[in-house]
Design a protein around this ligand. Sequence first.
Ligand SMILES: Cc1ncc(C[n+]2csc(CCOP(=O)(O)OP(=O)(O)O)c2C)c(N)n1
Ligand SMILES: [Mg+2]
Length: 791
Amino acid sequence: MSETTSKSPLSPELLAKMDAYWRAANYLSVGQIYLKDNPLLERPLTLDDVKPRLLGHWGTTPGLNFLYVHWNRLIRERDLNMIYIIGPGHGGPGLVANTYLEGSYTEIYPHIEQNRDGIKRLFRQFSWPYGIPSHVAPETPGSIHEGGELGYSLVHAYGAAFDNPGLIVACVIGDGEAETGPLATSWHSNKFLNPATDGAVLPILHLNGYKIANPTVLARIPHAELENLMRGYGYEPFTLEGDDPATMHQQAAAVFDTIFDRIAQIQKAARDGSSTERPAWPMLIMRTPKGWTGPKFVDGKPVENTWRAHQVPFSELREKPDHLRLLQEWMHSYRPEELFDEKGAFRPELAELAPKGRRRMGMNDHANGGLLLKPLKVPNFREFAVKIEGRGQSDAESTRILGHMLHAVMEANKEQKNFRVFGPDETASNRLGDVIIGTGKTWMAETLPVDENLSPTGRVMEVLSEHLCQGWLEGYLLTGRHGFFSCYEAFIHIVDSMVNQHAKWLKVTREIPWRKPIASLNYLLSSLVWRQDHNGFSHQDPGFIDHLANKKADVVRIYLPPDANTLLSVADHCLRSKNYINLIVAGKQPAPQWLTMDEAIAHCTTGIGAWNWASNDEGDPEVVMACSGDVPTLETLAAVTLLRDRIPDLRIRVVNVVDLMALEPQSEHPHGLPDEEFDRLFPVGVPIVFAFHGYPWLIHRLTYRRHNHDNLHVRGYKEEGTTTTPFDMCVLNNIDRFQLALDAITRVPRLASQADAARQWYSEAIQRHRLYVTEHGEDLPEIQNWHWEQS
Ligand SMILES: Cc1ncc(C[n+]2csc(CCOP(=O)(O)OP(=O)(O)O)c2C)c(N)n1
Ligand SMILES: [Mg+2]
């Protein structure tokens, strides 16, 4: 126990009130789980008062409620600007109860009045069909964190604290949650938090000892080992342990006074310049029983302080009459008559313990980030355009061009400090290095002379954890700022699950009027499947596109710009957008440039279109050569030149798709091309040879309702890869120019007589290619030096 325990900061009167407040929150939590009527127990409970389905989680809730009461005191006494992140989001009833007691809930949802009827509705809606979810959710005032999928609380807390020097983020971490990979690495966020320019994060490890059915690892190691672990992560651990409420309130108040003094000292020293060291931020280990104040025994088995307290401590109320009595006793133990007046309103002498107005945690603007969102200043992207002197005649590295633009965005928003770029050690590798110039990379740990561009005030955040990049960015966006995440294409899958949760959050918030739109989550995937010269098979996976395509159409946008100018136009659009997840897939290798800036803007505006300069169909194509992605576009155009040589009168239309969702019918996605326009681009009966950057099935999925779907033949990545030449990757997956040309010939009925000869030509070409790469270790000169032939 820390030295603070001997102090008694709470007067007996305040202690009694705080305890009553806590009892009220616990009472309302239990009521939400169990009751649909008789909310104040004004008559003996009957089965009719009890919900037919008992859902929710009790075990974590009393601990969360305990902390809420203490935060309220600290916010009032110290005028803190504070939000509360709940890792075990299954403690939803607790946060709902507390935001109700402080009045936020009723202000946002006026039908949940501060009286008996209001409490009855509050109880009834919880886990009720079309009511509110059992977890802390977008519907819950004061929350930026769902917490259904465990592991992201601490990383969200840090994301919220960056560039918010006035904010304190209290973050409860479940001891089970602490076993997850993302949470385990999140402790390291303290090496990226600058006490002078960022806010504070206070981690509370909620050591209630159990998960759903097991003890937790951290609860079953010696306490000294746990403290050393925290010290090893760079924190100063404090401990609060016990189960007697009165003692615990006093001890908690003492330890929190010490902790908040420490936070204030750290910030003062950093801000007045007396310290530039990375501080050991305080953290709290809170060792309290799971299901604290709940039933101690049910059916002869211990419940409080065991894993049995995790969800609903007992059910079968219809089958076991004793359980109804148990529920009544449990709820009466909080003495509701002392907490609520005869109308059912929370007694004013207790209600006054809550902070006022926007200082209430349920009303803090930072937890409804859209309220604080300032538009990002995006300089004119046309200034970074690649000049097109002849189509496909000179190469550029598209992402490097984007880096110029991102650097300008960074500069433009330097003052308002609301833009950061995140990446797992790959910003330079993805050729976005320019963005680092001037602002540097965030780093609070030690530095050596050999280091470059590391700075405590850096705005590019690099850490080898996709989880941290994703979670920091989410926390940053959810509190009303802007950001950009660049990642290797194959490894973005590491955060598949996190992006699921963010997509769910966005979907739900769209239907909640008081939640204001936040900036979009922007991904740039580079180091793409087709160009993994160093790395080979392990680095080849374009499946994140498929993953996102499963999400609600309202939420996701997927772009495959074929060159630098289209990339700039797409990035400009994404950076300005709100409430989306934008995925941009673009290569970093030198590649031909096709469109002028004006053409790029026009192309990106429709998202799909015929490239007339590459077509000779005269309005009546015999084959449509479609492509999406930079390498497939290159191969398609090369296939067109092969076909021109072989069959000069073949009427070919080239269609490029930059906005993948344009392929879907309008009924499925707002970007969907209207059917008539789709039919004009892909006339019914005309074969389509489609070269796609990712797995081919997705194109079929997106277009299966389109009229010409039967004539659609897609080539894409089919999980063939190794460390080989760029063109051989295409050959291995049958997306190479020879294959695409052959596909066209074999699909056009008029050319049936030429099919056999074409197959022979194809085999010879591939044979020549194979022999050459095997012998020389690089692609044939005619492949390497290929250029589009301008007509
Ligand atoms: C990533 C993830 N895996 C599994 C679960 C299922 N689950 C829900 S609660 C829980 C136990 C959580 O224990 P802890 O973090 O200690 O929370 P508390 O004891 O405070 O309820 C588990 C495994 C989950 N929600 N998320
Ligand atoms: Mg636990």
